[in-house]
Design a protein around this ligand. Structure first.
Ligand code: MG
Length: 262
């Protein structure tokens, strides 16, 4: 099942994707999936980020190939960081190069987990029962802030618009075997499979649930594979007018243009 959040006639709704229509539901998807009877043509609505997460957790260096290209040691446990919830944006919304740090902004295609019910101290075996579904994410990162200027990652990962999510939440996905890719201006820059994660989704949910209560709607960005811009020779950073497309097999494509801050 695909669950979208969308704007139609000035109102925000959640709905279930049914062919070329959306069947609106009452409340939020983790409160039950009761359809209201109202339907909207998919082509006529504006898709929004599929959740407004209370927290956005993120995992660094979760693919061996990306740890290698970053010249970092393989982590012995998940490397957890946070992105500001206010950095979330939706499909086709511009990622804005911040005036404060416009020069080294980079893309990161990631599978994003959406939590479906309160989750605290769960085992790996039961962890995925707490997941509502999965969506495409882009862990946009200002590398100068992240790697050179600051001693930790909060600012470089949290600028407004630095967390595109969408186009919808897919509830029926094997998160441990999905092709993932990112195209920049039509050219494939990243391509891998989620089977190459060092710590798979069930491990991440269980591990994070030992730290804190994962609340419904919370998002876990599960790390990016190789091919990011700062590791390339020459390096590639985002410029105004660029277009990014994150695709995950079984979910779809999340596309975002890039623009300069006005
Ligand atoms: Mg990342």
């Amino acid at each position: 099942m695909r669950i979208a959040r969308f704007l139609a006639a000035g109102q925000v709704h959640y709905g279930i994707v049914e062919g070329d229509h959306l069947a609106a539901i009452s409340g939020r998807p983790w409160e039950g999936l009761t359809v209201t009877g109202e339907t909207f043509p998919l082509a006529e609505v504006r898709l929004l980020a599929p959740v407004e997460p209370p927290d956005v957790f993120a995992i660094g260096l979760n693919y061996k190939s990306h740890a290698a290209e970053s010249a970092m040691e393989l982590p012995k446990a998940p490397v957890i960081f946070l992105k500001a919830a206010s950095s979330v944006t939706g499909p086709e919304e511009p990622v804005v190069l911040p005036a404060m740090a416009p020069d080294e902004v980079d893309y990161e295609a990631e599978l994003a987990i959406v939590i479906g019910r309160p989750c605290r101290k769960v085992t790996e075996a039961e962890a995925l029962d707490y997941v509502l579904g999965y969506t495409c994410g882009n862990d946009v990162s200002a590398r100068d802030c992240q790697l050179k200027l600051d001693t930790q990652w909060a600012r470089g990962k949290s600028f407004e618009t630095f967390c595109p999510l969408g186009p919808w939440i897919e509830t029926d996905l094997d998160p441990e075997n999905a092709e993932i890719s990112l195209k920049l201006n039509g050219e494939e820059m990243q391509h891998s499979n989620t089977q190459h994660m060092i710590f798979p989704c069930r491990y991440l949910v269980s591990y994070l649930s030992q730290v804190t209560t994962l609340r419904p709607g919370s998002v876990i960005m599960t790390g990016t594979p190789e091919g990011v811009g700062f590791s390339r020779k020459p390096q590639v950073f985002l410029r105004s007018g660029d277009r990014m497309e994150v695709s995950i097999q079984g979910i779809g494509t999340l596309a975002n243009p890039v623009s300069a801050e006005q």
